[in-house]
Design a protein around this ligand. Structure first.
Ligand code: ATP
Length: 237
């Protein structure tokens, strides 16, 4: 087994102005693992992901990526170390599909973004057909796929995703889950913040965030064995 996790956050506090949102959050992701961060609206999932990728600063605690301390590192450097962030607003609507993918590849200084785009069209054939069209012309589901393709263009080791299901119909949520399990099969590590428990299907481990604190961490089986969590997240008795 790996000695050190790929990503390790320890005791992370973060917030906005005088409001503290996160309280001592611990979370780790191992190479190739799919970790789900569950929590209700306002639990602090987005705030935590932003502190991981360097869009806001952790006020306390530490974050390592591949064993390297990135706590005070800028976002672009964390990306160069292999961590890419896919927010809810992942694409530039005015740019074409291909331009969006190139932007993703260039974030890493990719030598040949065109070749990288061609590779990604293999994974997302619908994007190839529309590659010259503006991203705004895509359906919600297609736009999400473009967001994933754009993030993958940077060739991350760890893809950090904020609510990939947001705004999608159940059918497209299934499609996104299928794509993510395909990516998992290729050895990519995923950290997915979600409210949709459908994503448990692809997860190896789960962290539950409540009121800015980790309430639970464990395997999917351990979570479903926990009666209180089962009631809160599955509406079951
Ligand atoms: P959601 O599913 O709605 O994104 P979340 O779990 O991601 O929820 P956060 O977006 O991290 O939660 O929000 C946590 C708390 O921080 C909320 O009370 C929210 O109002 C507050 N908050 C988020 N962004 C800011 C900001 N830029 N300035 C001030 N407060 C913020």
């Amino acid at each position: 087994p790996d000695a050190a996790p790929l990503l390790h956050a320890k005791g992370v506090d973060a917030g906005y102005g005088t409001m503290q949102v996160l309280w001592g959050v611990d979370l780790d992701v191992r190479s190739g693992e799919t970790v789900l961060l569950l929590g209700a609206n306002g639990a602090g999932k987005t705030t935590f992901l932003k502190s991981l990728v360097g869009l806001i600063e952790a006020r306390q605690g530490s974050i390592t990526l591949g064993g390297e301390d990135v706590t005070r590192m800028r976002s672009s450097d964390r990306m160069r170390l292999g961590m890419t962030y896919m927010s809810e607003l992942a694409v530039f609507p005015d740019l074409s599909i291909e331009e969006n993918i190139r932007v993703g590849a260039q974030a890493l200084g990719h030598a040949n973004p065109g070749a990288r785009a061609a590779e990604l069209y293999g994974l997302f054939p619908v994007l190839r057909e529309k590659r010259r069209a503006p991203a705004s012309s895509l359906s919600g589901g297609q736009r999400k796929m473009l967001g994933i393709a754009k993030a993958l263009a940077a060739e991350p080791r760890l893809l950090v995703m904020d609510e990939p299901s947001a705004g999608l119909s159940p059918l497209f949520v299934k499609e996104v889950i299928r794509i993510l399990s395909d990516l998992r099969g290729r050895g990519l590590a995923l950290l997915i913040a979600e409210q949709n428990i459908g994503f448990l299907e692809v997860a190896t481990r789960v962290f539950v965030l409540e009121g800015g604190r980790i309430r639970f961490s464990g395997t999917v089986a351990e979570m479903t064995d926990n009666e209180a969590l089962r009631r809160a997240y599955f509406g079951l008795k």
